[in-house]
Write a protein that binds this ligand. Sequence first.
Ligand SMILES: Cc1cc2nc3c(=O)[nH]c(=O)nc-3n(C[C@H](O)[C@H](O)[C@H](O)COP(=O)(O)OP(=O)(O)OC[C@H]3O[C@@H](n4cnc5c(N)ncnc54)[C@H](O)[C@@H]3O)c2cc1C
Ligand code: HEM
Length: 425
Amino acid sequence: MDDDRDDGTAQDGLLVRESLERVRRRAGHVVRYFYAHLFQRHPHLRGLFPEVMEEQYDRLFGALVHAVEQLDHPGLPAYLEQLGRDHRKFGIVDADYTAVGGSLVAALARHSPLTWDDPTQAAWVRVYGVMVAAMREGAARSVAEGEPPHWRATVVTHRTHAGHTSVVRAAVHAPYPWLPGQYATVEHPGLPGVWRPYSLAGDAGPEDRERVLEFHVAHVPGGALSTALRDRTEPGTVLRIGAASGTALAPPPGTASVTLIAAGTGWAPVKPVLAELLARRPVPRIRVEAVARGEEHFYDGAVLDGLLRHHPDLTVHGWYEERGEGRARATERLHDHLRARRDWAGEAVYLCGPAGFVRGTVELLAECGLPPGALVLDPQPGPARRRGHVSHAEAFLDPVPVAWIDPAARTRPLDLPLAVDRTGG
Ligand SMILES: Cc1cc2nc3c(=O)[nH]c(=O)nc-3n(C[C@H](O)[C@H](O)[C@H](O)COP(=O)(O)OP(=O)(O)OC[C@H]3O[C@@H](n4cnc5c(N)ncnc54)[C@H](O)[C@@H]3O)c2cc1C
Ligand code: HEM
């Protein structure tokens, strides 16, 4: 019986992937048709999406396709449950899931007129149904636990360093549960419908961290939300926050020695992970390696200085470029230092920074002999990579996923809920 079910699931997976492959070259048309179909039949859904959709016209569609491509991944159900919990922020009801599924099937069928048949359609309906069931389950559990659909948080302090990185602290109106290493999606009142993920960076203990959230936002030139969070945010601004997500948590209790490596705003998740490690008894041996473009870009240096005063056993190195040096010098210095170390046995490493930096450092750590299971990775996505696609939308049907649509982008490498784009940086 189980074998039959497994065969059926595998067959469904094959059919939906084949049908995606057939529309790959017409992806731009499929996406536009999908949204036109959805908004024409269900106009009330238009208001859930950002007013200007050109840059991320295909976020939801791309996410659906991405999930379908990962059907066999053992982490998919947990990922979808988390996504359903997070989707409560959109205020969607059961009928909306049916609407989206209908428009997805309509768009695919319309663009594969010669090959679309009943078995393909039935496979899509079943696959979408399984995904929706997991999302609804996650949402129902969140309701049962008394969580709100989203949290409101009033900004209490806002400071921008070197015109580039804004540290935003906001008091939540209801307790907000999260774990060091997780992230949350954030919406600004000036940009309704534009949600982006940011690491939760507060370093207080479990009770206080549920009340005041901290985010470290690097400005992306021309970026919608990072610009609003830098230029249009001040004490009193009320942000909306989605449920905490992500599985790149601190190394497990009992870990004797930990190296925390952070580049740029990669420091954001490392900060609460460090605080959690320092609160353990016994305190593990901790080494912090912080990388920045220049000395002035260590935007949270005062916090590190304070920690060093209170924890004399803590080792902290800052790696940065001197004026006039090339952009890669800070990373090279860190890598030389790591290469010279001989004490990797039993070490756990937590690594977060731009995707290119993370990729290079993972390779170096492998050369040093660090086993992959000892590493928690937290790559930050860079600009979307376009690989000669005819349209923006086409990239989403490409096997390389676009990172910022994937809230699970930060994960333990051996426990990936979904594949991650580690491009850019
Ligand atoms: C799990 C996760 C956690 C994250 N945590 C943080 C964090 O703690 N701090 C933080 O600052 N950011 C973080 N990000 C990135 C953040 O979510 C946004 O993608 C980023 O702030 C850009 O959003 P935007 O609305 O300003 O730009 P958009 O309007 O989305 O993009 C505008 C243009 O900029 C390009 N672009 C997008 N991101 C980058 C980039 N990083 N560098 C260069 N070009 C880019 C896009 O391709 C697009 O062309 C995280 C992302 C993920 C997936
Ligand atoms: C199996 C079903 C679904 C999957 C796998 C899915 C997945 C995703 C993912 C991964 C994102 C990007 C992350 C985020 O912004 O939170 C997203 C965004 C979004 N989803 Fe869903 N979703 C599903 C169903 C729905 C439904 C039924 C609706 C209701 C209309 C919906 C509305 C949205 C909206 C409004 C966004 C933000 C879009 C944007 O920023 O442009 N989703 N979805």
